[in-house]
Design a protein around this ligand. Structure first.
Ligand SMILES: [Zn+2]
Length: 291
């Protein structure tokens, strides 16, 4: 069966509470039809706040937190959120993923398949991560933390050039000599110091590495692509939206359940009912390609 009851996922980073204790063990429930639908509707780049709402809906316990609401899901690091998305995807469609990329070489443009195993992208990391990373700068000791869903939500709404938005993000992540930075303060740091902070974060991050490379089958050029887990999940769910509609139709028609009740079921339960229905109807297929 493709999806089942709640499972536990060890977050690579985890959520630090006010006492500095880290909570990493998350209970992950399968998506219900409603969440599948919402994500399928979320467009090519799901909004970070919509992602927080989705994660809140499918996360149960998180360490000592009995439940996770949207603000708590927004406080998770970007890496932890991606890690959870890869787990959700693996449970819906399996561990294997084939991406198709177009070769960027001028005059080539061949399509290349890139095969990925999600379990290899998001391995379990038994070692605890620090809450912040420390870097010694000429300006004083600096601390940098990983970006969270809330940082991404602020960034998604920020105006300005790419450089201004980048300065806004760094100003949220970095403190120098115990003092928070403004975006201007970040930009006023010497390039060497900004580079040292970026390097510390790149080396110390617990986020899954989503940069993929493959060889073009025609010209052997290297293809690079960046996997966006929530965009991938949204795209795949959109592809299955017509089937979900059919599932709702068939279950509503035969059981007289409301759409709301049917969409509250995770996929495995819907498929189980459809299987029982199929047997009941004496092997007569309800929709093409069902059995
Ligand atoms: Zn090529």
């Amino acid at each position: 069966m493709l999806s089942g009851p709640a499972s536990t996922v060890l977050l690579p980073h985890g959520l630090f509470d006010e006492d500095g204790r880290c909570h990493r063990l998350a209970e992950l429930r399968p998506l219900t039809g409603r969440e599948e639908w919402a994500l399928a509707d979320a467009g090519n780049h799901p909004d970070p706040r919509a992602v927080s709402a989705l994660l809140a809906a499918c996360l149960g316990r998180l360490g000592d937190f009995p439940s996770v609401d949207a603000p708590l899901a927004a406080a998770l690091t970007r890496g932890d959120r991606h890690h959870l998305a890869l787990h959700l995807r693996a449970r819906l469609y399996g561990d294997r993923l084939t991406l198709v990329a177009r070769c960027p070489s001028p005059g080539c443009g061949a399509m290349a398949d890139v095969d990925v195993r999600l379990s290899a992208l998001a391995p379990e990391r038994p070692d605890a991560a620090p809450e912040v990373l420390r870097v010694a700068l000429p300006e004083g000791p600096a601390e940098v933390r990983e970006p969270t869903g809330e940082d991404d939500a602020v960034l998604a709404r920020a105006e300005g050039s790419r450089e201004e938005r980048s300065a806004l993000l760094w100003s949220r992540l970095v403190e120098v000599a115990g003092q928070p930075l403004s975006p201007e303060g970040w930009r006023a740091l010497p390039a060497r110091s900004r580079h040292a902070v970026a390097l510390a974060l790149a080396e110390g991050t617990t986020a899954p590495d989503l940069g993929l490379v493959a060889r073009c089958p025609r010209c052997e050029a290297w293809l690079e692509l960046e996997l966006e887990p929530f965009a991938l999940l949204a795209r795949e769910l959109r592809g299955g939206a017509a089937r979900l509609e059919t599932e709702v139709h068939v279950l509503a028609f035969h059981y007289h359940w409301s759409e709301t009740d049917i969409l509250a079921l995770p996929r495995a339960r819907r498929w189980r009912y459809l299987e029982l229905l199929r047997r009941e109807l004496d092997g007569r297929p309800l929709v093409d390609g069902w059995s």
